[in-house]
Design a protein around this ligand. Structure first.
Ligand SMILES: NC(=O)c1ccc[n+]([C@@H]2O[C@H](COP(=O)([O-])OP(=O)(O)OC[C@H]3O[C@@H](n4cnc5c(N)ncnc54)[C@H](O)[C@@H]3O)[C@@H](O)[C@H]2O)c1
Ligand SMILES: O=C(O)[C@H](O)COP(=O)(O)O
Length: 394
């Protein structure tokens, strides 16, 4: 029986994938797997039992990923599963940033009397706005969300400039050739009427939009942040807004100090909050976690390599180890010394750690357990698991 602990509400379409025959949900403080959304795990003591954490969403900055890696805990996310939801909210906020339609709707609710139509026609000019067509949008970070925003903004008639020095080949193929490529991020700040940021929060991106970048923006330009609050230097934004040096700031990450600042629009972290995105993320997170627990195969991990080997032997030994020379040699020697034959194996490294699967032609559980212990005794080995052949492949 695998123990799963959940944080946050995870859509039942995902949780239902953990069949009652093999999984118990929230019944133990020593879980094998955790599934969560934005819950902050930085202050959570990672239990020794924990094998994997699945983030039903994109950003993993709420998880202590380096510590998990050192402990051999695989962290997954759900690339692209909520991208359309975020894209639609970005487009909504672009459109509503140029037309004060929400103010107009709220104003209508205050009207009284039988001459409402006359009041409307006399006053509607205060809610007139502008159009997006022909305006220039800069997209920083052309991943799952940024690429969709860039393509759809172009379809809406905007000129689009994108910046992403690390863009993946797959995403690059999906971006319209009409999206202009910026090789220097400054080009985006200097030239665009709207700038939207879609990068992960990392040491490199934290506070990466600050006073210097804001000073390059047009005085009418608007900044949109649906990525993470910490990417933008809020103090620099407030100073620029109060002095009228930029046109507006829209963020999905409210902060108290922004509450009384002019030209700020804040959403209560709603980017991924659609029924469709929540279901997509929950299903993908559950699949990632189940696959790893039941087969040892890894897909969509942010800290371990992708490893996918068909499981055709009675048992599989999985090993997380430091990525240094001669560990693989020691592992295979110890398995051979235990008189166990290896049917198939795969080894992949990622950064300072590596992951190896050995499919073994052996059914004697005591013999396998003894060998697994000898593997665990190797200094560079972090974690060893023994997995019986599952009834289905993933
Ligand atoms: N508001 C929300 O509810 C919500 C929902 C989903 C994601 N997000 C945030 O948006 C981020 C992006 O999500 P995604 O699904 O597009 O992720 P993604 O991994 O598909 O895309 C991120 C892109 O950023 C690029 N990048 C990384 N560092 C960069 C840098 N310094 N400069 C320019 N580009 C850089 C990467 O190359 C990649 O193409 C997430 O990490 C998360 O923080 C927020
Ligand atoms: O990184 C993400 O996927 C988003 O910030 C969504 O977070 P949520 O799952 O808490 O809505």
């Amino acid at each position: 029986m695998f123990q799963i602990k959940t944080f946050n509400a995870i859509a039942s379409e995902g949780m239902n994938r953990f069949g009652k025959d093999k999984y118990a949900i929230n019944e133990s403080d020593q879980p094998d797997g955790v599934i969560l959304r934005s819950q902050n795990l930085h202050d959570f003591t990672l239990p020794e039992s924990l094998l994997a954490i699945a983030r039903a969403g994109a950003g993993t900055n709420n998880i202590p990923v380096p510590l998990c890696t050192e402990k051999g805990i695989v962290v997954f996310n759900t690339p692209g599963a909520n991208a359309n939801a975020v894209k639609e909210l970005v487009l909504t906020s672009l459109l509503t940033s140029v037309r004060p339609v929400l103010a107009g709707v709220n104003w209508v609710k205050t009207l009284e009397g039988s001459d409402i139509d006359a009041q409307v026609e006399a006053n509607k000019k205060q809610f007139a706005g502008n159009e997006l067509v022909g305006k220039k949008l800069g997209v920083i970070g052309l991943g799952s969300i940024g690429a969709m925003v860039a393509n759809d903004a172009y379809r809406l008639g905007m000129e689009v400039m994108g910046y992403d020095p690390y863009v993946s080949v797959d995403t690059a193929w999906s971006i319209s050739r009409r999206v202009q490529r910026a090789t220097d991020r400054d080009e985006v700040f200097k030239n665009c009427d709207f700038i939207t940021v879609h990068v992960p929060l990392t040491d490199e991106t934290r506070n990466s939009i600050g006073a210097n970048e804001i000073s390059m923006m047009k005085s009418t330009a608007k900044l949109f942040n649906f990525a993470r609050g910490e990417i933008v230097d809020t103090e620099a934004v407030i100073a620029a807004l109060k002095e009228g040096r930029i046109g507006g700031y829209t963020t999905d990450f409210p902060e108290e100090k922004l509450l009384d600042c002019p030209n700020v629009t804040m959403f209560p972290h709603l980017g991924a909050s659609t029924e469709e995105a929540e279901i997509n993320c929950a299903k993908m997170a559950a699949r990632n976690l189940k696959r790893y627990l039941e087969t040892g195969n890894i897909k969509s991990s942010v800290n371990f390599p992708m490893v996918d080997m068909v499981f055709n032997s009675p048992y599989r030994i999985t090993v997380v180890n430091k990525n240094v020379p001669n560990v693989l040699g020691q592992l295979s020697t110890k398995i051979a010394n235990g008189d166990i034959n290896i049917d198939n194996m795969i080894n992949r490294g990622r950064g300072d750690y590596a992951y190896t699967l050995f499919d073994i032609n052996e059914t004697d559980v005591d013999k396998i357990t003894t060998v697994a212990q000898t593997l665990h005794d190797i200094d560079e080995v972090v974690r060893v698991r023994v997995i019986p052949q599952p009834t289905s492949q993933y």
